[in-house]
Design a protein. Sequence first.
Length: 239
Amino acid sequence: MPKQEVLILAMTRMLSGICTAGVTREPDPVTGLRWVRPVREFDTVLPGDMRDADGRMVQCCDVVELHLLTPRPDPPHVEDWTADFVRHRPRMLHRLEGEKRARFFAHHLDRAPEDVLVRHTRSLCLAQPEQVWAQFSLDAYSGKYEARMGFILAGDVRCPRAASRRGVAVTDLKWRALGRAWLGDSGGRLVLDHDALFERLNAEALYLAIGLSRSWQGQYWPLVIGVHAVPDYVERMCE
């Protein structure tokens, strides 16, 4: 799998770099299209690795050409592929926007998100929550910032952490930047229930790219790695 066309559905924050993931054109009976998570042979992916030849940072819903070299499954992170970011920069092909973007999300929902959230047999999925709520907090003195989201999916998917009032961490760079903008320089705490969140986003629908963390304290923690509103919202990816 050398050159691959990948629709990017996650650009996220990590302590020492970033993480990205998306889907290829290869069909999959459960996820619709095959998920891949490009990784380095050593160390973490850095922001510069996901810049194209013109210096533009790749964003969610960009369709890019990546050089994926070899699969490197690390269960439950079975989607990992070693990528060549040095000799072959990501090449921007086009963006998924407007009605095409809306149709994509509506028609490519994961058929078994419980594989990720409950069974931990894989680590990436796309889902549409029946209920969703969000909170942001910023301590203006220390600069500590946190973005979290809770959600409930349809069917028998049971994830107590995601369904709790506190929810799970959101690592999506664009969403975190939006929360900072909403809080402003004074910081504080902002809590939005389902209706308030949709109203503030002016959204007709909301889709979540959900992932699992690497092992920490002997567990794999659910994360929201991509927040995709329809229509899309605009915010720069910065923190």
